[in-house]
Design a protein around this ligand. Structure first.
Ligand code: HEC
Length: 456
């Protein structure tokens, strides 16, 4: 009975916290306008008195929610400390207002700034607990154009069926969702999961895999427990396993928890497997390249050349010479140390000539090449025909000679060449087959396929 009551109070935490928030926001607003409000000091005393009282209730209800809601202390501790600090700040401002001797000398501004900051911090930390840390970060990343959609485990392999299920799918899931708390430094429940040997050793209660009765495996049981259960893994508040991930780990355990057996041998449902492997070939090359030396990058950057990885975890780079308009053929040499790392190269508006291609052909992973507004005629462009990854070439407002369009038909993986010219009209030479109409884009869009062109 008492227990249920405490649980109920805990559940009201998300509601109760809006009381001190309201008081503090109102207090800050009044404080900002105190010159025009004669009654401000009396109001502020009242407001911060009640901000303190309701703040204390928020802390109590929050603590009850932590105790009964299955949260880990690590998950809530920062929010908890910030909450206490919020109340402390409200109370000390109240004491200052009633001219308590200790707080009298502290400038009022400090309280206002402190109250504003701590309110945001506490609120944000609390939001992270209920909604997960990605809650705010994700849409911000999306707005900024960072693409988080590529889930770590989704990889493209033509031979994926021959790969071991454990190392290619199961361990990456564990790395993503369990290793944070089960590794060599921090092994909750005395369990480490960062590699198969440690995983087999089990935790405080021995092996987490039961080979005789797989469904009785501790690992199996824990991921299937209802989320509210204290023993559910990953603990509530942390990043949860997806339905498909639970399904796959279950299959792996039920079918003998083998570390060697291939995906094929597990005879898994095609639908399930397709969730973890992208069947589409990725846009950029799949081969891994090593990270270039920092000095090399520094040297390139010192020329005001922009160079950035294409994604957070990639050693492939985008390079742009927009801020270095004097860039000429010879400048390409400073990039020779990273010629395998460059996948996007934008040399638009620079001073390059057709001799560039003799060096550029060694940039083996080049995928997108932009040569807009340059004096490129294309006489040597066939030098690039061996570049397996080259998919897009931009030659807008260049000097490109229509005679050289035919050379581009020798390129194996070209998807699009942009040849729009402002002051002249280029056309596909008659010798070139109609199949290339899709690839060569001259910008002379007609109405009926304008939608198609906008997409590309
Ligand atoms: C936020 C931290 C955290 C994450 C993430 C996490 N665990 Fe745990 N795990 C714990 C804590 C704490 C314990 C010890 C308390 C307990 O037994 O419930 C534990 C215990 C366990 C145990 C019991 C070990 C034993 O012998 O008693 C298993 C099995 C387990 N976790 C599996 C997993 C799996 C599988 C995942 C990923 C899907 C995972 N955990 C993710 C914190 C975590």
């Amino acid at each position: 009975m008492i227990d249920d009551l405490l649980i109920l109070v805990g559940r009201f935490h998300p509601l109760i916290i809006h009381l001190p928030i309201g008081f503090i926001v109102l207090g800050i607003l009044i404080e900002f306008n105190k010159k025009s409000l004669k009654w401000s000091n009396d109001a502020l005393k009242f407001i911060f008195y009640w901000a303190t009282i309701t703040g204390i209730f928020s802390i109590i209800s929050g603590f009850l929610q932590y105790q009964n809601g299955g949260y880990l202390w690590e998950t809530v501790q920062n929010h908890f400390v910030a909450g206490i600090f919020t109340v402390f700040l409200s109370f000390s401002f109240y004491l200052k207002l009633i001219e308590n001797s200790i707080f009298k000398t502290i400038p009022r501004k400090l309280f206002t700034i402190g109250n504003s900051i701590i309110l945001i911090v506490t609120g944000h930390l609390g939001g992270n607990i209920t909604h997960g840390e990605e809650h705010l970060i994700e849409p911000i990343n999306n707005l900024a154009g960072f693409n988080n959609l590529q889930i770590e485990t989704v990889k493209y392999y033509t031979d994926y069926k021959k790969r071991p299920l454990f190392s290619s799918v199961i361990q990456p899931i564990i790395d993503k969702k369990c290793v944070k708390c089960h590794n060599s430094k921090k092994s909750n429940g005395k369990l480490k999961m960062h590699n198969s040997t440690e995983l087999m050793k089990g935790g405080r209660n021995g092996s987490i895999i039961n080979f005789d009765t797989p469904e009785m495996s501790e690992m199996y049981i824990r991921i299937h427990l209802p989320r509210e259960e204290k023993k559910h893994m990953p603990p509530k508040g942390g990043k949860q396993l997806s339905k498909e991930e639970i399904n796959l780990i279950s299959r792996w355990i039920k079918n003998g928890s083998s570390f060697e057996k291939s995906i094929e041998e597990f005879k898994l449902d095609e639908n399930l497997i397709s969730y973890f492997f992208s069947m589409e070939k990725p846009f950029y090359p799949m081969e891994d390249v090593s990270m270039p030396k920092i000095e090399t990058l520094k040297k390139i950057r010192s020329k005001k050349i922009l160079i950035n990885p294409i994604s957070k975890s990639s050693n492939f780079f985008s390079v742009n010479t927009l801020n270095y308009s004097e860039f000429s053929d010879i400048d390409l040499l400073i990039m020779s140390g990273i010629k395998e790392n460059i996948v996007n190269l934008d040399l638009s508006n620079s001073k390059i000539t057709d001799s560039l291609f003799f060096n550029l052909k060694y940039f083996t992973n080049l995928t997108v090449l932009k040569l807009n507004n340059t004096r490129i005629f294309g006489d040597n462009i066939d030098e690039l025909s061996k570049l397996k990854s080259l998919k897009r070439i931009y030659l807008v407002n260049s000097k490109f000679d229509p005679q050289n369009i035919e050379k581009l038909t020798k390129f194996k993986n070209l998807e699009k060449v942009y040849l729009f010219q402002e002051n002249r009209i280029l056309k596909t030479p008659r010798k070139v087959s109609k199949d290339y109409d899709e690839i060569f884009d001259f910008g002379n869009y007609s109405l009926d396929n304008s939608e198609e062109n906008m997409k590309s």
